[in-house]
Design a protein. Structure first.
Length: 231
């Protein structure tokens, strides 16, 4: 008995819950189809997309900064390469000049190789050659990085253009959605109005009035006949 009462009470509150939920859902649907609510929703979507695009642009700007930093290093290293090329050429010229002078003095090959000035020139040449190889290797690595950055930045720029177009599409879609909602509401109001006209009660009321008039006329004729029949 008590269990049955509890079950009944539970069913009662469940029905109330369903009813309230239905009303809340209907209210939510009504709000969701409001042009103002739609505009607010799209405005939030646009705001979030703009934020993501800005974050994306900041990240791409970071890549560009790193790329420019490497380009700046390449320029500095290129200047150093030019300097080392001159030192190398000068050292080679000095070594060759000293070698010719020593040969003119009929110095032996061993004496030439152990000549202090000749040795300094050869050492300067070798040092410049080694430095140039390291510089060129460094530049080659930086140029590879710069190309890699360029390819990545190019891809990101294409993606950014796509995101910008998507953003503009969303903005246009917001106006179209609001316009469609307003049009739908106007069409519904017009349909309701036409429906109201189709079930208009005035025709029935007019018919009833006409019937009353006809009855009144018929009653008058009956009265006339009765009144005149006695004569």
């Amino acid at each position: 008995m008590i269990a049955g009462v509890f079950v009944s009470v539970w069913r009662f509150f469940r029905m109330i819950g369903y009813a309230l939920t239905g009303r809340v859902d209907e209210a939510s649907d009504a709000i969701a189809t409001s042009p103002h609510a739609v505009r607010a929703t799209f405005a939030e979507i646009v705001r979030e997309k703009k934020l993501r695009i800005q974050q994306y642009m900041d990240a791409v700007a970071g890549l560009i900064t790193q790329q420019e930093g490497k380009i700046f290093k390449v320029k500095g290293l290129t200047t150093e390469v030019e300097k080392q090329e001159k030192l190398r050429a000068g050292a080679l010229a000095m070594a060759e000049k000293r070698q010719k002078a020593l040969l003119a003095e009929e110095k032996t090959k061993e004496e030439i190789q152990h000549d202090e000035m000749y040795m300094r020139s050869v050492a300067a040449f070798n040092d410049a050659t080694s430095t140039l190889a390291a510089l060129q290797n460094n530049i080659a690595g930086l140029e590879t990085d710069i190309k890699d950055y360029a390819d990545r930045i190019k891809g990101h720029k294409v993606q950014l253009v796509s995101l910008q177009r998507e953003l503009e599409k969303v903005k246009g879609e917001a106006d179209e959605t609001v316009a469609d909602l307003i049009t739908a509401k106007e069409e519904k109001s017009l349909a309701d109005m036409i429906s109201g006209i189709s079930v208009d009660r005035t025709g029935a009321e007019l018919s009833r009035m006409r019937d009353l008039r006809n009855r009144a006329k018929a009653g008058a004729r009956v009265c006339y006949v009765l009144c005149t029949s006695g004569d």
